[in-house]
Ligand binder design. Structure first.
Ligand code: HEC
Length: 363
């Protein structure tokens, strides 16, 4: 029984084998019939960072061609440093570098054929003493990932958006497109300009592209109307970064199963009074919920203690979170926080210092 099943299986795979080979041969022949492959060449270097010592022969680097693209010849730009040779027939790089270039230079090698051109990137560095070329993937978050301005007010790029980078970077791209008036500098990643119209906060993803990898950075930008009290945001972002990000994360996205998100949180946006009560009383609290809360469809059964602060601190952090993390265009005033606090006074008397802490009498 078993044997005959095996036999059958063998026969079957054998037949498939023949059919498969026949199909491959047919494919190969049809390619040959037209004379060219329809695909552009696809190439890469075995060692994308070629480190050499000054006045010593490098270990030559050779190209790996993948795919079926036909290649007629190779070119390189910019030209190799003095002493090194590029073989235009094979793409091989060899020789002895005679001029120091420790950080190294990125070269683009093109393989051209009848159906197009393929490119490969290679960094050549010539050092003294032994070293390795920097072929790290880019890395570097924006120092300020939340930015706001007003229509016709220039964004101050140097203080608001500066990207301290590690690794090799060749260019930056952004998605979705920036609003009219703002541009991303493709060389240094700085977003600047003067927006012309109001825009609720929007998250943009900046791709930091290097020859050896891509890093993605998130930037939220809001263009708020002239009446918006941006001082609340200035204070709010500082408080958010100082008091909330330890649990809710620096982007406010929380951690699944443990801490709910403040970024795009339906729960946060639903009710201003509840949002304020949560700061004053913590969560869960008997005024709102004693058990599970559901944020964007996910249940959380953890707890957060009261966030002790005065009315304007609470107004500021909540305004920041609603505006920059959730796209709201209105704000929470310190006096609203004061009213909610007053309405909780009886309760605050019961639960003690957490609730009545730092009452702001200036509103
Ligand atoms: C010690 C960790 C911790 C800190 C610090 C913290 N939170 Fe929370 N926060 C939580 C947890 C955990 C929950 C969910 C509680 C639950 O499951 O009932 C929560 C819930 C929330 C919610 C309601 C749910 C949501 O995601 O919309 C808001 C709003 C909130 N926190 C705002 C803040 C603000 C504002 C700060 C800073 C002033 C802050 N939190 C600081 C842990 C923390």
């Amino acid at each position: 029984m078993i044997r005959s099943a095996h036999k059958k299986l063998f026969r079957r795979s054998f037949l498939f084998g023949i059919a498969g080979t026949a199909a491959l041969v047919a494919l190969f022949n049809s390619c040959n019939d037209t004379g060219t492959s329809p695909y552009a060449p696809s190439i890469s270097y075995k060692r994308p960072g070629v480190a050499g010592l000054k006045d010593q022969a490098i270990v030559p680097d050779t190209l790996i061609a993948s795919g079926s693209g036909v290649i007629n010849g190779y070119s390189i730009t910019p030209p190799l440093p003095a002493g090194l040779t590029f073989d235009t027939k094979t793409g091989r790089i060899y020789g002895t570098g005679t001029v120091l270039d420790t950080p190294g230079t990125l070269h683009i090698v093109s393989a051209s054929g009848p159906s197009g051109t393929g490119t490969a990137k290679v960094i050549i560095c010539v050092g003294e003493p032994a070293h390795v070329c920097d072929t790290r993937a880019p890395y570097g978050p924006y120092t300020q990932a939340f930015v706001w301005t007003k229509p016709n007010v220039p964004m101050t790029p140097d203080t608001n958006l500066f990207l301290p980078l590690g690794g090799r970077v060749t260019d930056f791209t952004i998605s979705p497109a920036l609003p009219a008036g703002l541009t991303l500098n493709p060389v240094n990643g700085i977003i600047s300009g003067t927006p012309t119209t109001v825009m609720a906060a929007k998250e943009f993803i900046v791709s930091v592209i290097g020859p050896f990898g891509i890093d993605s950075q998130h930037v939220s930008i809001a263009v708020l109307d002239n009446a918006f009290p941006v001082r609340l945001l200035e204070k709010g972002v500082a408080r958010f970064q100082g008091s909330c990000t330890g649990c809710h994360n620096s982007d406010g996205k929380g951690s699944p199963g443990a801490t709910p998100p403040l970024f795009k949180s339906d729960y946060l946006m639903k009710d201003k009074s509840r949002l304020i009560r949560i700061q004053l009383l913590g969560i869960p609290n008997e005024a709102d919920t004693a058990t599970t809360i559901v944020v964007n469809g996910e249940s959380f059964t953890s707890q957060m203690s009261a966030q002790m602060a005065n009315d304007s601190d609470i107004a500021a952090v909540l305004t920041f979170e609603r505006t920059l993390l959730n796209g709201a265009t209105d704000f929470i005033s310190p006096s609203l926080v004061g009213h909610i606090r007053d309405s909780l006074l009886t309760r605050c008397a019961q639960i003690g210092p957490n609730c009545g802490w730092g009452i702001d009498t200036t509103h």
